[in-house]
Design a protein around this ligand. Structure first.
Ligand code: ACM
Ligand code: ZN
Length: 705
């Protein structure tokens, strides 16, 4: 059913329903736009009709739960967490009640036709009490979260009718505990907050080069060795010797979840209707496995290449034994098997890999990886599980039942969906919340461009232009928090919240109910509440916002003037062309990120060397351009800038020659290199030299005044 029709249906239900419902309809102001009058429920619900009456329910309610025993225990715990005095009863009370009832979806006409009605709920708050009905206990749990949010925001309960269900079935967060280990307790705290915003999947990145983080009895060196290193921080380790050490070594940093802890975590998440999806990386990102079990290396494999040898049967024996233990701990339908960023080069040289390719008729190393993923899928399918892999598992042929997690963009997810596979969207441009969320100088060291809450929120997993046959297979969305630069709990929470809440709303709310201004208002409140509860989210109230220079077009004498480039040494890199030849005089300044199609990137040996033709001899008093530096991805300031002027385009006069000492630093920086004086010129030559660090030069505009 079309969502808009839900509103009509709701009104119809109020009019034609039972006497009780008709009586209620007089309490509600039917002219109110659904879900916006009281901006309290997160994610924004499908339908919320608010009454005028404020009711005080906190004095004590009779809690009646109709659900399976295990769920009843969970729901009672969740209800008791809300700060309402409750008394459990065996029959629904007539007054002063909180009734939680699992009912057949068919009884919930407003949501029954929604794809994920199973997780939906219908809630009525009246002067008599609160009734929540849902097709599943998860739906009741979500209804309770909405009830708690209304109370927390308003300090009272307003009579209302809410009919709600998620837009997507998969609403996830990835937490990387390999690069920096995080404890069970830390993960539980994040699970609490995920549950409060109705997220339902926690993807645990348990294994990677920097540390293996799950006890495996059959391969004990994974945790007695591969889980430990001496430098605490990933950065020191990665740029150092990248070695592991034995557990118990003096000064060793690391850790892992024991099986008992992992089980406890699974149960804790399940109590909050969250499924934990473990990720066991293969065949790439497996340096730590090879460090512990070097016999799984390819022959002649360079030490810093972390791909498992696919030619050796021992690799399969090991991965299967690990997965046997993993599925015993994690009951999730999905097991994530990684599949991303394998280097693949050692496979070409390895006798075992070459033999495997010959025997199996595999024509490329992509097909060799695909062979492994197919085999692992078969192994897990036979044990009742399904695989998820990063979008690289499309290369060389997708395993028949695999679900694809699209990270390099959306293309992988779309291709998988078009081929009839399910896909989960986590494109890095929107969902990689390891990028800074505010002015980079105000943020801790991080990876990638500027990713503020608003940009995350703007993500649309299934735009209208997407074919319905493809959209049907996009089952959800996930925020990914990689932890290379995140050594502490506080820093971790700072990166995670509130951006993960934006992903929760993308995953739950219908596009027509998504409104950034309203969302931000709620996010600020949630952040304040989290701060009060001792979390360390990014404090949205203090957001600085985008680079001020980028907010308005800049007026100057060279806007629209032609720029000529020296090809190829001084030409811009095709992936950072921005607006091509027009970029440097288009009046648009760059934002905090070089990936914004405003900054132009130069990778050629020479750096920047361009000539701006002013069209006629022009009196100028200043010429300047900005550069940025972000050392991580190799973006550096120039070490020297020359600015020349010419009347005839043949004879140039040097206006300024600036030397600049380029120093590697942690935080992104921005700097203008320019000349001020007085000259009459038609042609301006702006030349910026690359430093000894080479990498990229990025500039956004040559401003002439
Ligand atoms: C990934 O970011 N390599 C999945
Ligand atoms: Zn090999």
């Amino acid at each position: 059913m079309n969502i808009k029709n839900l509103w009509t249906l709701l009104l119809a239900a109020l009019v034609i329903g039972s006497g009780e419902v008709v009586a209620q309809s007089t309490q509600y102001n039917a002219s109110i736009t659904p879900s916006t009058q009281h901006n309290t429920i997160t994610p924004a619900p499908v339908v919320a009709v608010w009454g005028e009456e404020s009711v005080d329910l906190c004095k004590g309610l009779s809690l009646y739960i109709a659900a399976e025993e295990e769920d009843a225990v969970r729901l009672e715990a969740a209800a008791c967490d809300m700060g309402i005095e409750l008394r459990s009863v065996r029959r629904p009370a007539r007054k002063g009640y909180l009734n939680l009832e699992v009912v057949p979806a068919a009884e919930l006409a407003e949501i029954v036709d929604m794809r994920y009605a199973e997780e939906g709920y219908v809630m009525d708050i009246t002067a008599q009490g609160v009734s929540i009905k849902a097709p599943s206990a998860a739906g009741l749990y979500y209804g309770l979260q909405s009830l708690a949010q209304i109370y927390e925001t308003e300090g009272r309960h307003t009579t209302c009718h809410v009919a709600d269900a998620p837009r997507f079935g998969y609403r996830g967060v990835l937490i990387d505990i390999s690069r920096h280990f995080r404890t069970k307790e830390f993960l539980m705290r994040q699970i609490d907050q995920m549950a409060a915003v109705k997220m339902n999947r926690l993807h645990l990145h348990l294994t990677d080069a920097a540390g293996w983080r799950l006890e495996v009895e059959s391969y004990p060196r994974l945790t007695s060795y591969a889980a430990w290193r001496t430098p605490d921080t990933w950065k020191e380790w990665w740029y150092g010797d990248r070695r592991h050490v034995d557990e118990g070594t003096e000064g060793a940093y690391g850790g892992y979840l024991t099986k008992a802890e992992a089980r406890e975590l699974v149960a804790y998440a399940a109590d909050r209707y969250i499924t934990i999806i473990p990720e066991i990386e293969m065949p790439g990102h497996s340096d730590e496995v090879l460090a512990a079990y070097p016999e799984l290396r390819c022959t002649q494999q360079p030490e810093r290449q972390g791909d498992l040898c696919i030619g050796k049967e021992a690799t399969f024996e090991m991965m299967q034994a690990i997965l046997d233990e993993v599925i015993e701990i994690f009951p999730s339908e999905y097991i994530h098997i990684g599949g991303d960023e394998a280097g693949k080069s050692s496979w070409k040289e390895c006798d075992d890999c070459r033999r495997r390719m010959e025997e199996e008729g595999l024509e490329s190393v992509d097909e060799l990886q695909s062979y492994m993923i197919h085999r692992i899928e078969e192994y897990l399918n036979a044990r009742g599980r399904q695989i998820i892999g990063w979008d690289e598992i499309l290369e060389g042929g997708l395993a028949p039942n695999a679900t694809v997690m699209s990270w390099r963009g959306e293309e992988g997810g779309i291709a998988a969906a078009a081929a009839g596979h399910d896909a989960i969207m986590s494109p890095h441009g929107y969902c990689y919340i390891d990028a800074p969320q505010d002015a980079p100088y105000s943020q801790p060291e991080s990876i990638g461009g500027y990713l503020p809450l608003e940009k995350v929120y703007s993500y649309e997993p299934t735009p209208e232009s997407m074919d319905e046959s493809v959209a049907r297979h996009i089952i959800g969305v996930q925020a990914n928090l990689w932890a290379e630069f995140i050594p502490t709990d506080k820093h971790y929470e700072h990166m995670l919240w509130p951006r993960a809440i934006a992903v929760a709303e993308i995953g739950w709310s219908q596009p027509e109910h998504r409104d950034f201004a309203l969302f931000r208002e709620r996010a600020v409140r949630i952040v304040d509440d989290m701060l009060e509860r001792g979390y360390t989210p990014f404090d949205l109230k203090n957001e600085i916002g985008n680079r001020p220079e980028s907010l308005e077009p800049v007026e100057h004498l060279a806007v629209g003037k032609s720029v000529s480039y020296l090809y190829p040494s001084f030409y811009y890199a095709p992936q950072y062309a921005a607006a091509g030849d027009a970029t440097l005089t288009d009046g648009l300044r760059g934002t905090w990120t070089y990936a914004d199609k405003r900054w132009q990137g130069f990778l050629g040996r020479g750096g920047v060397d361009v000539i701006v033709d002013m069209g006629e001899v022009t009196h100028v008093e200043s010429i300047a351009a900005d550069f940025m530096q972000i050392c991580g991805p190799g973006v550096f300031m120039p070490c020297r800038v020359e600015i020349w002027g010419s009347v005839d385009g043949e004879n140039y006069e040097l206006l300024t020659d600036i030397e600049h000492e380029v120093v590697v630093d942690e935080l992104p920086s921005f700097k203008s290199f320019g000349w001020e004086g007085s000259a009459d010129v038609r042609y301006i030559r702006y030349k910026a030299h690359r430093s000894k660090f080479s990498g990229f030069l990025f500039t956004d505009e040559i401003i002439v005044r």
